[in-house]
Design a protein around this ligand. Structure first.
Ligand code: HEM
Length: 527
């Protein structure tokens, strides 16, 4: 017996005994088994090999985006109504129906572009992903803190993300020239660029951010009638953001400010809350609007489509194992429950394939059997096998029957709902086309004009600071876009870069762009 081992087995020591994963007690965790005290080591040293080879496999691939994040638990409490109306008029989703009804949930907040150990003070959108463990199975609402997105077609996502990630040769991160090269060729990104480079791109904490579903979803009522919806989470703590200087000061001290803030608040019993609000539109293409309701680069004007509260979220518990609960948690936009549905939003459709695809690779094909991902509703499937399977879920009376249909046992289909497939009839020919109401600048311009002076100043300083690191043609095209967004913004950013409207007036619209009448008029009078 070694000295250390004898110390840890003092008779009054009530701590649990260390074992290996086979349940064998570990008598000596300090010394490998060797031939004589100076070695050599022996290959049958199971305890050492098991320990070191598990360590060798401690990392799984980090998320391709949103790698840095933090998870907490809580509950959703329904208000049971939709303003003055019963919510059942719009959706039959069970979690919303009854006033005071609680549904357990997990939430993961994240940054997007950095790696797993990157700074939480970085200028970046924040992920806001909520997993509701409902009685009808899981519902994931995978959103962000800014309400819109950079692109409107999922086919552009890998290119967009490559432009934000490190240089593939030098691995230099945050290269403004790469990011703005992509933005300068992507007019629909202007609304989101303005948000990310404003103070909202550096929230003061996860507790003081709004959350948005961003993409357009549907609700379905008992009669099978559908409406289009957008989700908004409003923090009871208020919205607070940092200037670039605030964020830099925090980053100089710590990379994990937001995780610590959330963790400490929950540990102290200061449970953060958000109210869930919803905007509703009739389910059609709304030709009267100057934007397409399925375009995720746009917000829906609140004066026409008011926010209506439907419940609140309270976070009251921290994770106990970061890897099991934060690294392995897996959200997806395809994870909906009865009463909720997809829209034809071309980003949403692409996302819905991407999430479970990456999770089968990142975590493994049986990721849904892990405790943090497993629904609290019963699961019974004929899926079997694959790496790290816990075994078939709920095999029923005759475990030999792992197929359906069968008259000898096994699982049966659920009773089909009384309604048929829902929503409008769709006709069209297969095509690859941009939507027609692109209107890429208007909402960005309105947002600029509505900002407080300090927010405008911070935005301009941040844009100039980033663009100063870019090639001249990229700078010129960005000034051109900002002049199209709003004269004052374009003039101020141009001034910071030494670029006047006359320097960019000759630039034609991008090949990928069709300007509407208002935009053509703006182009004719640029600056
Ligand atoms: C994470 C794809 C757009 C919010 C991810 C992941 C992928 C992905 C592959 C990693 C998932 C994992 O490893 O578990 C896409 C694609 C998009 C898209 C293909 C566009 C076509 C968006 C948009 C939002 C968003 C518009 C916000 C509304 C998130 C969030 C996470 C995430 C919050 C982190 C989830 C977590 O905390 O685990 N996305 N994404 N994504 N995405 Fe997206």
């Amino acid at each position: 017996m070694t000295d250390v081992a004898s110390q840890s087995s003092a008779p009054d020591d009530t701590r649990p005994t260390l074992t290996n994963r086979q349940g064998h007690p570990v008598y000596d965790n300090q010394n490998q088994r060797t031939v004589g005290e100076r070695g050599p080591a022996t290959l049958e040293n199971y305890q050492f090999l098991e320990k070191i080879s598990h360590f060798d496999r401690e990392r799984i691939p980090e998320r391709v985006v949103h790698a840095r994040g933090t998870t907490a638990y809580g509950y959703f409490e329904a208000y049971g109504s939709f303003g003055d109306e019963p919510i059942a008029k719009y959706t039959r989703a069970k979690l919303f129906q009854e006033k005071g009804k609680r549904t357990d949930l997990a939430i993961r907040f994240s940054t997007v572009a950095g790696g797993r150990d990157s700074s939480e003070s970085a200028r970046d959108p924040r992920g806001f992903a909520v997993k509701f463990y409902t009685e009808d199975g899981n519902w994931d609402l995978v959103g962000n803190n800014l309400g819109v997105f950079f692109i409107r077609d999922a086919i552009k996502f890998p290119d967009f993300i490559h432009s934000q990630k490190p240089d593939p040769v030098t691995f230099e991160a945050g290269v403004a020239n790469r990011a703005f090269d992509f933005f300068s060729q992507t007019p629909e990104a202007m609304h989101m660029v303005m948000l990310v480079f404003s103070p909202r791109g550096t929230p003061a904490s996860y507790r003081t951010m709004q959350g948005f579903g961003v993409n357009t979803y549907k609700w379905v009522n008992a009669a099978g009638e559908t409406v289009l919806v957008k989700y908004h989470w409003l923090p009871k703590q208020g919205v607070k953001s940092w200037t670039a200087a605030d964020a830099a000061a925090v980053q100089a001290q710590t990379l994990g400010a937001h995780t610590k803030d959330l963790y400490d608040a929950i540990e102290a019993g200061d449970f953060p809350e958000w109210e869930l609000n919803v905007q509703v539109m009739e389910d059609h293409d709304h030709p009267e609007l100057d934007f397409d309701p399925l375009d995720d680069t746009k917000v829906w004007p609140e004066e026409i489509f008011p926010l209506r509260p439907i419940g609140k979220m309270v976070l009251d518990r921290n994770v106990t194992d970061n890897f099991a609960e934060n690294e392995q948690i897996a959200f997806g936009t395809g994870v909906l429950v009865d009463g909720l549905d997809f829209s034809d939003d071309k980003m949403l459709v692409g996302r819905t394939f991407s999430y479970s695809d990456t999770q089968r690779y990142r975590v493994g094909p049986n990721y849904l059997q892990l405790p943090v991902n497993r629904p609290k509703a019963p699961v019974a499937t004929n899926q079997q096998g694959g790496q790290m399977s816990y075994g078939r879920d709920n095999v029923g009376a005759n475990p030999h029957v792992n197929y359906e249909p069968s008259i000898t046992g096994g699982l049966k289909e659920a009773t089909y709902p009384t309604h048929d497939e829902q929503g409008p009839v769709i006709n069209g020919r297969l095509t690859r086309k941009r939507i027609s109401r692109t209107n890429d600048y208007k909402q960005a311009g309105e947002r600029y004009l509505l900002s407080d002076q300090w927010e405008k100043d911070d935005l301009v300083a941040n844009l100039v600071g980033a663009l100063q690191q870019c090639d001249r043609p990229i700078q010129e095209r960005m000034v051109w876009h900002f002049l199209m967004v709003e004269d004052e913004l374009g003039l101020r950013v141009g001034e910071g870069l030494g670029i006047t409207p006359d320097d960019v007036r000759h630039l034609p619209p991008l090949q990928s762009q069709t300007l509407d009448e208002e935009e053509q008029a703006r182009l004719a009078n640029l600056g």
